[in-house]
Design a protein around this ligand. Structure first.
Ligand SMILES: [Zn+2]
Ligand SMILES: [Zn+2]
Ligand SMILES: [Zn+2]
Ligand SMILES: [Zn+2]
Ligand SMILES: [Zn+2]
Ligand SMILES: [Zn+2]
Ligand SMILES: [Zn+2]
Ligand SMILES: [Zn+2]
Length: 442
């Protein structure tokens, strides 16, 4: 027979019985299992951004680094593999075909490129109201963003401590702001696409703004924008997760994504138990992929300045390192937050608390616990009693948005918590919006 994988000569079946009977080329002696001959020639795998091609035979130096892009073990040159010669990306057949939902067959490279062209034509998330031209650059000074009812204006200078209404993280660079409401977006968050073509799904995810949800990937509670896929929400950071990662903690080499890894985490010191991780094999530097989601900067009432995520202790003059929040011991070799001006250091857990991705002060339209809208709050000095259990609200609580009403409830005592933990999504409403123009819970 003639087969596209070995076009120069024809192949002959040695013995017609059994799955393992190989085809052999009498001219060059190459063999192929009968089973393998039916493998798809081109597939799109979640593990690579280009289509990859099945090769049975060693093609000289076609794929430079012979390390499997999935399990990161060596790929034997003599055996079948899938590769992308442009990127020198190579994977074991068994690794790439392990899970049927990780890949799909494609008829030809042209067919794949056509499919991709269509995917990039997506609706913009904003209309430009006013633009400024600076030399070659066009700057969108004022926009109408699909997430907000008023126009937003671009600012370059950060004066107040504000968090982004998309990702809930602190704003330290250019941002868009509504002059009528307390609504802020990082410039980069305002420019997110309405559809995200993530590597781990063949279908795109849809951007939905102003939600309260639990991320399906990192399990954290979030307020802000979500990417919706099949009714489940993913946080923006999780959809941006890639197959390689540059860490400020290990600038020398690129870290590669491992689906399953066992070993200690250099960020938090705990073990990565067959979990998802980024790893530099040659230096044995490993981090939980969830540890890479720690914000670069954070704030805590213990310090008037922003605290910076720091990877190792530089002031190693002291024997004993402690956390300036909980006062317990702190391992100087794992990541911590630090203010250089005040020389304060603290555990990430102590700085961020349990809910680093919930923006305080936002209005929640859900009526699961109270007849008025509620606002997530974190009281700092005066702690009111929870309307349900009577204990002081020391941690995250929900407070009534109406001035006349003194209702407040622990987050942990609320029905909304169970509702969202069940992966339900709740709409948020603007801080000044008095009319509940959204339909509430769905
Ligand atoms: Zn943001
Ligand atoms: Zn507004
Ligand atoms: Zn997430
Ligand atoms: Zn970790
Ligand atoms: Zn390294
Ligand atoms: Zn400070
Ligand atoms: Zn309570
Ligand atoms: Zn009330």
């Amino acid at each position: 027979m003639n087969h596209p994988i070995h076009l120069n000569h024809s192949l002959h079946l040695i013995s017609p019985h059994g799955d393992y009977a190989p085809y052999i080329c009498s001219t060059c002696g190459a063999t192929v299992h009968k089973d393998c001959i039916s493998l798809s020639r081109i597939i799109k795998s979640l593990w690579h951004h280009h289509p990859i091609f099945h090769n049975y035979f060693a093609v000289k130096n076609e794929c430079g680094i012979l390390e499997c892009g999935i399990c990161h073990e060596e790929v034997n040159k003599e055996h079948g593999k899938y590769c992308c010669s442009a990127c020198k990306f190579i994977v074991h057949v068994k690794c790439v075909l392990e899970d049927k939902s990780w890949y799909y067959e494609i008829a030809s490279k042209d067919a794949y490129e056509k499919f991709n062209e269509n995917a990039t034509l997506v609706d913009p998330t904003f209309l430009v109201i006013q633009e400024n031209k600076l030399d070659e650059n066009v700057i969108n000074r004022e926009i109408k963003h699909f997430s907000h009812e008023h126009n937003l204006v671009l600012y370059d200078e950060v004066r107040d401590v504000k968090c982004c209404d998309c990702c809930s993280l602190l704003i330290e660079t250019s941002f868009y702001h509504c002059s009528k409401c307390d609504f802020h977006l990082h410039k980069s968050c305002a420019e997110l696409p309405t559809k995200s073509q993530v590597w781990f799904s063949p279908l795109p995810f849809d951007l939905i703004p102003n939600r309260f949800f639990k991320c399906l990937a990192c399990d954290s509670l979030h307020t802000g924008f979500a990417y919706n896929f099949n009714g489940s929400c993913w946080c923006v950071q999780c959809t941006e997760r890639s197959l390689s990662y540059t860490s400020q903690a290990h600038k020398e080499h690129l870290l590669l994504f491992y689906n399953k890894y066992n070993g200690p985490c250099n960020a938090c010191g705990n073990s990565i138990d067959n979990g998802e991780a980024y790893r530099c094999k040659s230096c044995n530097f490993n981090v939980h992929w969830t540890c890479t989601l720690l914000p670069q900067i954070a704030r805590h009432k213990c310090d008037e300045h922003s605290l910076k995520l720091t990877y190792r202790e530089v002031n190693d003059y002291s024997e004993y390192h402690s956390c300036d929040i909980c006062e317990e011991r702190r391992n100087p070799n794992i990541w911590f937050y630090h203010c250089a001006l005040c020389d304060k250091s603290a555990h990430p857990k102590c700085v961020l608390g349990d809910y680093p991705f919930i923006k305080l002060g936002i209005r929640i339209s859900s009526k699961t616990d109270h007849s008025h809208s509620l606002i997530p709050v974190q009281k700092v000095y005066l702690y009111p009693e929870c309307s349900k259990c009577g204990q002081l609200c020391l941690d995250l609580a929900l407070e009534c948005a109406e001035r006349r009403c003194s209702f407040i409830i622990h987050w942990r005592c609320s029905r909304l918590k169970d509702f969202i933990e069940d992966h339900s999504i709740v709409y948020l409403i603007g801080i000044k919006g008095t009319d509940d123009f959204f339909s509430g819970v769905f």
